[in-house]
Design a protein around this ligand. Structure first.
Ligand SMILES: Nc1nc2c(ncn2[C@@H]2O[C@H](COP(=O)(O)OP(=O)(O)OP(=O)(O)O)[C@@H](O)[C@H]2O)c(=O)[nH]1
Length: 191
């Protein structure tokens, strides 16, 4: 009898833990695209900072991506189609980056990608070019809707374990705005 009570207690605790974990996971996930949200990004960056302090990784790249011409999609076809475009772009990103990389949607049409195991800026530039190329391909919904958007990307290298996350994102953001100002549909590396 005592064993049964104990087992019941263990089951209750396990169930509560599982519920807590899935609630945490939910709080860190963007509900539309199912990738991380800003909270999920913060958690991931904290984990990377720990890995850098432990000497497990030496550097990483942050890509700040903002879609070009997205407002016009909403204006012309409505929010529902706009949401589908955001989902389409997220799936496209997932195919381009590796499973070990990290994707977050941090705002309306703004995404952050973290590339950890890349040793040369040329590889990052190659990935950024691929994202821009794929993002600009025509998206079709049924026979009558054809949509073309674009992507502007800011790239920032982080190579010190004592980095300040706000500054890291701000620099990637500055680089992204530079790409927008220079004509959109391109990337810029923060320097
Ligand atoms: N469908 C949809 N639209 C959203 C969502 N969140 C934000 N938006 C819209 O996304 C648009 C983002 O605005 P901008 O980034 O200025 O639009 P843009 O046309 O891409 O501008 P540029 O970046 O200058 O090319 C706004 O119209 C928001 O209303 C969402 O969850 N779903």
């Amino acid at each position: 009898m005592e064993n049964k009570v104990l087992q019941g207690l263990v089951n209750d605790i396990t169930e509560r833990k599982m519920l807590e974990e899935s609630a945490n996971q939910l709080a860190m996930t963007d509900h539309l695209t199912n990738v991380a949200n800003r909270l999920g990004l913060e958690k991931n960056v904290a984990k990377i900072q720990f890995e850098m302090h432990a000497g497990l990784i030496g550097s990483f790249y942050v890509l700040m991506i903002d879609l070009d011409g997205f407002k016009a999609v909403n204006d012309q076809y409505g929010h529902e189609i706009g949401d589908k475009v955001l989902l389409h772009f997220t799936q496209l990103l997932s195919k381009i980056v590796r499973k070990s990389d990290f994707i977050a949607r941090t705002g309306g049409d703004e995404f952050v990608v973290i590339l950890k195991e890349v040793d040369a800026i040329e590889k990052v530039q190659h990935i950024a070019s691929k994202i821009i190329h794929e993002a600009s391909q025509m998206i079709e919904f049924g026979e009558s809707i054809q949509i073309q958007i674009g992507a502007s990307i800011g790239i920032n290298l982080v190579d010190q374990a004592n980095f300040d996350m706000a500054k890291v994102l701000q620099r990637a953001d500055e680089a992204m705005y530079y790409a927008k100002k220079s004509g959109k549909n391109r990337y810029h590396v923060f320097s």
